[in-house]
Design a protein around this ligand. Structure first.
Ligand SMILES: O=C(O)CCC(=O)C(=O)O
Length: 465
């Protein structure tokens, strides 16, 4: 039986969509959309595409040929993904060219299709500026944070991830017609956006309310390829699933909401740019997934609990290895993010130089950020995992740290650009601290070690508004 396909994905002119409408219709409702008209002046759209619309493969070889990249062999399966090999961009392009010549000669389709995935292009070529992130996707806590702080620092659990692969979630994908990505939901249950620089993609989506239908009865494994014979006795609900299908053309950007399972097929030779991201609208998805994976990690090693000196530590290390971060990484991320939002709020509400900012939508946005972190902190508190966790972050010390002030400035620039405000002048940190203490609280004693501390801290910070 074929797939039941009923839903459609809206296509909207991005130039006529306001940020507020995007938030209300798509971020808050967690619905996919295709946006047009947002890639007009991208360098990538000129340099990476030939006049006939094909990818400019010689350009990639010539300018980026030495980059080491991950390439998926779309004809193979390894665990829940395609088998990946590492090679240089030069080798990838060379193999692509040879394969397509063989295919032309033999008239067959060849079953080894190589797909370059997850290329951290921006990290590797920061001066090239291939594109600018559309304002709809700029409230990106994940990449903003990773630009200044690593998410997980433990060399034991990070051993298989080299520095660059932990560095950000901004990618380039390059694949010939016929390459594809198996059914999955995104890392951290983040949002993603994907822009077609050239080519065409066919997307198949399943909303979160139906995702149980692609899992086995124990919710352990999910369907890999929705177009292969799916085992009915294992995936008993699969045939009931109602899919949404859409075609994404060149110069179109698709927004993929949190927790939607999707499978993607390149219908032409395609180059795309793709970011994973989260913010106050979907951070609860990140925490919920982390908690689920924590329970799975601890159940998995349950039988050694009695003989293990530091069972909780082991669970957290395994969680970081499986999920890319553990509770502590996530908690530290939330604390730093709250501090930075507080600094922004303090600047916005006290500094006469930032008058136009204080009357802009940046203030409600920052308040929303703090409230959404507070909601997660309340959820974390209720899990009761925080006794003696050994993490305590001091506001005053954090503010003396150069990296943190750079992080605050990056955040100010980001929100300034989103709301079209002139650049905010960051107040000198001593003056800022003094001002905070004078106006509302004794922040100098603020040490955040538990979700409960964070809840209280945010209560105080919100008084600044
Ligand atoms: O383009 C692809 O092949 C996969 C992209 C994807 O899964 C995503 O953007 O979430």
């Amino acid at each position: 039986m074929g797939l039941k396909i009923e839903g459609e994905v809206e296509k909207v002119d991005g130039k006529r969509l306001s940020y507020t409408d995007f938030v209300e219709k798509y971020l808050v409702q967690n619905r996919p959309v295709i946006l047009t008209g947002l890639m007009d002046n991208w360098r990538a759209c000129k340099d990476w595409v030939l006049d006939n619309g094909d990818p400019n493969l010689p350009f990639f070889s010539k300018y980026f040929g030495n980059s080491g990249v991950q390439v998926a062999d779309c004809g193979t399966k390894e665990f829940t993904d395609q088998k990946r090999v590492e090679m240089s961009v030069f080798e990838f392009i060379d193999q692509w060219t040879q394969l397509s010549a063989t295919r032309k000669d033999s008239g067959t389709d060849g079953n080894s299709l190589l797909y370059l995935k997850d290329w951290h292009f921006v990290k590797e070529y920061p001066d090239y500026v291939a594109y600018s992130t559309p304002k709809f996707f700029c409230d990106d806590w994940l990449n903003l944070y990773l630009d200044k702080y690593p998410m997980h620092n433990d060399p034991d659990t990070c051993q298989n991830r080299n520095e660059i692969s932990c560095s950000d979630y901004r990618f380039v994908y390059v694949g010939a017609k016929g390459t594809w990505t198996p059914l999955h939901a995104d890392v951290f249950r983040s949002y993603s956006w994907s822009a077609n620089v050239c080519g065409r993609k066919q997307w198949y989506f399943l909303p979160p309310s139906q995702c149980h239908l692609v899992f086995d009865r124990h919710m352990k494994s999910s369907v890999y390829n929705i177009f292969e014979e799916v085992c009915k006795s294992k995936f008993t609900g699969f045939e009931e699933a109602i899919w949404c299908e859409c075609t994404q053309e060149q110069n179109e950007i698709i927004f993929v909401p949190s927790g939607w399972y999707h499978q993607v097929h390149n219908q032409e030779d395609t180059v795309s740019i793709n970011h994973n991201w989260f913010n106050g609208h979907n951070i609860s998805w990140v925490w919920d997934l982390l908690l689920r994976e924590y329970h799975e990690a601890s159940e998995y090693i349950e039988d050694i609990k009695d003989i293990c000196d530091d069972f909780e530590g082991l669970c957290q290390r395994n969680l970081a290895a499986n999920a890319g971060m553990n509770f502590y990484d996530f908690f530290i991320f939330m604390v730093r993010f709250s501090f930075a939002n507080l600094v922004l709020l303090c600047n916005l509400t006290s500094d006469k130089k930032n008058l136009s900012w204080s009357s802009s939508q940046v203030v409600p946005h920052v308040i929303f950020n703090l409230k959404s972190i507070q909601c997660i902190a309340l959820k974390m508190k209720s899990t009761g995992q925080w006794e003696n966790c050994g993490v305590a972050i001091d506001l005053k010390k954090t503010m003396e740290d150069q990296t943190f002030m750079e992080f605050c400035n990056l955040m100010a620039r980001t929100y300034g650009a989103m709301y079209e405000q002139s650049e905010m002048k960051a107040d000198a940190k001593e003056a800022l601290l003094e001002d905070m203490e004078l106006r509302f609280l004794d922040f100098s004693g603020s040490r955040i070690g538990t979700p409960e501390d964070l809840v209280t801290f945010i209560d105080c910070a919100l008084k600044l508004s």
